[in-house]
Write a protein that binds this ligand. Structure first.
Ligand SMILES: Nc1nc2c(ncn2[C@@H]2O[C@H](COP(=O)(O)OP(=O)(O)OP(=O)(O)O)[C@@H](O)[C@H]2O)c(=O)[nH]1
Ligand SMILES: [Mg+2]
Length: 272
């Protein structure tokens, strides 16, 4: 009795499979019939569109720019960029008393992150010499920049305030910086000495000086070719908050290796 029951079930299964098979065949013959009805030009056009879009997708993939991982160290000569470069790379300050003549660059995992487990993206760090004739090199690296660190000597700040403001003004009005909203960190360096000025004092002085520069430069020429972007809000005293790109202020000492704030800035803008 039980055997008959089982046999019945099996027979039902076979018949439903056979029905499904017939249904599938019917659909495939309908599809073929439909294809035969479509004019061949339309089929060719569809295939051409398919090939073209795949080709386009491959091209986009090939030319897609890699994620920006370049951080630029800028600032006046003697502000401590080179020392900072080695401190970030090696965690020691074995260089820095000579004026740099060439940009110093390297791609590496920050020293402080070397011990971290897991994947940490390397940073492409470029230390651009501060000498006025060598500063133009900065433009070569700007298109790939994820962030700019503007190093200021907090010890010898006052005598250099005007020159530092001029350099910073030039950076903040560069078309590539404004358009791509490249974040800028004003790094008050050499805070290991008690006579170093505070970052708040330095920020205010730079803002005042840039305010003066803004007035004099826009008076010289309304359509300055080099500086195609104006800074701040007309009629209001200049403040870094008015910049379209983010401008922040931090402190560091390249000499003692107190560089956590600049490391944080780098990590915030070079994603791991
Ligand atoms: N006290 C103190 N001195 C520093 C610090 N960082 C740099 N210096 C000194 O400042 C001087 C200039 O440092 P560099 O790193 O060569 O300066 P730079 O910005 O690379 O200068 P250029 O290459 O000419 O653009 C050196 O004598 C350093 O020892 C710091 O954090 N504290
Ligand atoms: Mg240097």
């Amino acid at each position: 009795m039980e055997g008959l029951e089982q046999w019945k079930k099996q027979a039902e299964k076979w018949s439903s499979q056979a029905l499904e098979h017939i249904q599938a065949e019917k659909w495939s013959s309908q599809a073929l019939e439909y294809i035969h009805q479509v004019p061949p030009e339309q089929i060719y056009a569809a295939i051409a569109i398919l090939i073209f879009t795949s080709f386009l997708l491959i091209l986009v993939r090939l030319f897609k720019r890699p994620k920006a991982n370049t951080i630029l160290l800028s600032g006046l000569s003697g502000s401590g960029k080179t020392l900072l470069f080695y401190q970030l790379r090696d965690g020691s300050s074995h260089q820095g008393t000579v004026t740099s003549m060439e940009p110093n660059e390297g791609t590496f995992v920050l020293h402080s992150e070397k011990s971290k487990n897991g994947k940490v993206n390397p940073v492409h760090l470029v230390d651009v010499p501060g000498h006025s004739r060598l500063r133009a090199k900065l433009d070569d690296f700007l298109p790939q920049a994820a962030g700019i660190v503007f190093v200021v000597d907090a010890l010898e700040f006052l005598p250099n305030c005007r020159a530092a403001s001029e350099y910073l003004y030039d950076i903040l009005t560069k078309a590539s910086v404004v358009r791509k909203k490249i974040p800028v960190l004003i790094l008050c360096n050499k805070t290991d000495k008690v006579t170093a000025h505070s970052k708040e004092f330095i920020r205010k002085q730079l803002e005042k000086e840039i305010d003066k520069l803004r007035a004099s430069r826009s008076a010289i020429s309304a359509a300055d070719i080099a500086n195609d972007f104006t800074l701040g809000v007309p009629g209001e005293p200049f403040s870094f908050y008015q910049c379209q790109n983010k401008v922040t202020v931090a402190e560091a000492s390249g000499l003692t290796g107190d560089i956590s704030q600049v490391e944080q800035f780098i990590r915030d803008h070079v994603k791991s």
